[in-house]
Design a protein around this ligand. Structure first.
Ligand code: HEM
Length: 506
């Protein structure tokens, strides 16, 4: 063998050995390697075996196999999925801020500017969330003024149902109308009619921004690799949708803010928007500029509408499915209303404590649907550890709330709707610290938890109780299937809507 001549083959072999050694060392040092998970292909990872539209049920099945924590790979990018309730709470609460980041979502952040939901955890996030939470407390459920406005809104809804008589009503349209009116009332502090332009604009803006930021479309690659966003010829249609949504959001928030500022009276704050303006006037940063600028208020408005509308809409779609699949449930809830309350009384939040069956059903409905199966994606802000596994900074982490809420070790027949599981022997609802309630993490937990939980629960209660007190809900057309395992997923699960008629009860 002539050692003096290096052939092309020798060079290729050397490059190959170096590359193989580099990949081996990288793999060996990768702490995520030790976390169990389904085997994937080189370079592609688990991409080919995942179906984004039914990710919730795939992750549920994997959780049964791989235990408390598992990993997936999307190409070479690892994703850690936390499956057990205890490990989820360790990440969300005990680990401080380690897991509170959000992965970059370029399309959504372009539309919303400074928002809470898609913004990573930093000073801006803490400031915006503090203001948002205070505003909901000051102008939300339990506040007399809003209660009055909500009662009027409900009365309007009842009148509009009565006007339709025996005609078919699209449950989705009814619910969107109701939720938009309530959200607009909270924001502006006055009552809105169903067909008010503000409510229509809120709905339109919400639909457009969801289309533009759809996490399950192929354009999601723009979120994963934000530099691609600069090449406008890639995904030209998505860019058009994003620009359209930006225009609508900017126009809507500017017109709301201009009007609210022009009529602002510090001694008579009407709703959340006035509260945001007050904060803008009063809280300054170290340079003497408002901490909450107009861009921040725009983000808060959008958080309000997006988070409030989409989630409530889906819960109420599930409720209609339940009432029609199980007429016995409808009758039980009505019997409770009839024995506990005067039939002419418009139901308010105070009545909740007299209605344990209703409360148990709502808890079960939230559990069964678990509409945000993996919450919103989290990201580690620094190198950290979870039940003995090392997880590096900037790793995407999913909280498998769908698994904790359907864990067969905790819930008998987890895919069957059984409201009674939340009632004790005396017929009262089980306490908040009961394992059945603790395993439901559908609103998140800790510092990234949903600030609208109380508002959502109370608004859904008021809707259901008032409808069932006055009407029997009857199906028109075909009854869609009720099986949460088959609902399509796109961050949130989508139960099907349907047409119904409301028949006045005697
Ligand atoms: C059935 C109704 C609702 C459900 C199931 C729900 C669920 C959730 C979930 C799972 C998260 C993410 C938690 C995490 O990533 O750890 C979230 C965040 C959020 N929700 Fe809700 N939500 C509901 C209603 C509302 C309402 C009515 C509002 C306000 C009007 C609201 C405002 C927000 C905001 C601003 C965030 C972002 C919090 C953050 O990133 O720090 N939500 N919600």
């Amino acid at each position: 063998m002539d050692l003096g001549v290096i052939t092309t083959f020798d060079l290729l072999a050397a490059v190959f050995i170096l590359l193989a050694t580099y990949l081996f060392v990288k793999w060996y040092r990768d702490p995520i390697r030790k976390i169990p998970g389904p085997p994937g292909l080189p370079i592609l990872g688990n991409v080919l075996s995942l179906n984004p539209s039914f990710l919730h049920i795939q992750l549920f099945e994997m959780a049964r196999k791989y235990g408390a924590v598992m990993k997936l790979k999307i190409f070479t990018y690892p994703i850690v999925v936390i499956n057990s309730k205890d490990a989820c709470l360790e990440a969300l609460i005990k680990a401080g801020t380690d897991y509170l980041g959000r992965p970059p979502m370029k399309r959504m952040s372009t539309i919303a500017g400074k928002d809470i939901g898609f913004h990573t955890f930093d000073e801006d996030h803490v400031m915006l969330k503090r203001i948002f939470t205070k505003a909901i407390k000051a102008y939300g459920p339990g506040i007399a003024h809003l209660e009055n406005v909500m009662q009027e809104t409900i009365q309007d809804m009842v009148d509009s149902i009565d006007q339709k008589g025996d005609q078919a009503i699209d449950t989705n349209e009814l619910v969107v109308g109701y939720v938009c009116c309530v959200l607009a009332s909270m924001l502006f502090g006055e009552k809105f009619a169903y067909d008010d332009e503000v409510c229509k604009k809120m709905h339109q803006m919400n639909t457009r921004q969801i289309e533009a930021g759809d996490p399950m479309s192929s354009a999601a690659i723009l979120d994963a690799f934000p530099f691609l966003f600069n090449f406008k010829f890639l995904f030209a249609d998505t860019h058009r949708k994003v620009e359209g949504a930006v225009k609508l959001v900017n126009e809507f928030s500017k017109s709301c803010l201009d009007q609210a500022k022009a009529s602002y009276d510090a001694n008579n704050k009407r709703g959340c928007l006035d509260y945001f303006i007050e904060i803008q006037k009063e809280e300054m940063d170290k340079d003497g500029k408002p901490q909450l600028d107009d861009e921040g208020i725009k983000g808060l408005l959008l958080d309000f509408i997006r988070a409030g509308l989409e989630t409530s809409r889906r819960s109420l779609a599930q409720i209609f499915l339940d009432l029609l699949h199980d007429p016995g449930l409808q009758k039980r809830l009505q019997d409770e209303l009839d024995t506990q309350l005067n039939p002419t009384h418009i139901i308010c939040l105070k009545d909740k404590e007299k209605l344990p069956q209703m409360e148990a059903y709502l808890l079960e409905q939230f559990r069964y649907l678990s509409q945000a199966p993996v919450l919103l994606p989290h990201m580690t802000l620094r190198d950290t550890e979870l039940i003995g596994y090392k997880i590096p900074a900037n790793t995407v982490v999913l909280i498998n709330a769908f698994h904790t809420a359907h864990n067969p070790d905790i819930y008998e027949d987890p895919f069957v709707l059984k409201p009674d599981r939340f009632l004790d022997k005396e017929g009262k609802c089980v306490d908040r610290d009961h394992p059945l309630r603790q395993n439901f993490l559908g609103f998140g937990s800790g510092r990234r938890a949903c600030p609208g939980e109380l508002l959502a629960r109370s608004r859904i209660f008021l809707f259901l109780a008032n409808i069932l007190q006055k009407y029997n809900v009857e199906l028109i057309g075909k009854l869609p299937e009720r099986d949460v395992r088959k609902y399509p997923m796109s961050i949130l699960l989508s139960p099907p809507s349907m047409h119904v008629k409301f028949v006045r009860r005697q």
